[in-house]
Write a protein that binds this ligand. Sequence first.
Ligand SMILES: [Fe+2]
Length: 267
Amino acid sequence: MDASKAIAVLTANPEADAEILFTDPSAKALPVVEIPTTAGTGSEVTQYAILTLHEKRTKSGIMQPVFAAVSFLDPKYMDTLSAKVTNNTAVDAMSHLVESYLSANANTVSEKIVAMGLSYWKECIPALKAREYTPEVREKLMLASTIGGVAIAQTSTSIPHALGYFLTYEKQIPHGRANGMVMQAYMELFGKDNQKVKEVLGYLGLETTEDMGQLMKDVLDISETFTAEDIAYYAKRSMENPKKLATFPEYGLEEKDILEVYRKSLL
Ligand SMILES: [Fe+2]
């Protein structure tokens, strides 16, 4: 779906080269129809298109906001998804909802939207743990994903996405899974007894950030290993994305804070 948005810009501007995706925010796009085949990205309702940029060794969004002209949602396209892809993408949807809720860009309306999305996601937790998905669960995961898209279309994503992109580029860790791997430590950046962290955990039926960490372990079967050099590199690279870092509301995050998130999550 993200590729189709970039292709829609390039096709509408046949004389331009691919650079236009990162230089001209007002470039027009052809209309796009989007049909999600995973329940994760929410791209069918966002303006974002995230591309892998090999020259920068990371992923980055195109400048043009391209909303789909039409989106079709039908969970039957997810019937045959493997448990791995289902759970990794489900965690992407959850991370959109949680990051939106905790973002400096959140507002009363986006928070209510998140609460609705997380109520669907919460109902899917037993199925995600058991790796058994009824049609009803598939539908709820799809709704949670689309609602997550609606939320991040307003607030954008936040720190787990900024940090996860390097895990995906350097270690080929699927995107949602990468977000899930840093989720507990991200929430702990807010300090103990943060009201919004408590609220968002509550929407998922969780009490503590440790509960979130355990949930991610249960749902993702995390087994990847990293070195101190790996995480030092990722922390350094994360500082190149000040716009994303600015979505963290409490104070200006420094490289040592990011390194601590990676250390707690990956070592
Ligand atoms: Fe995502």
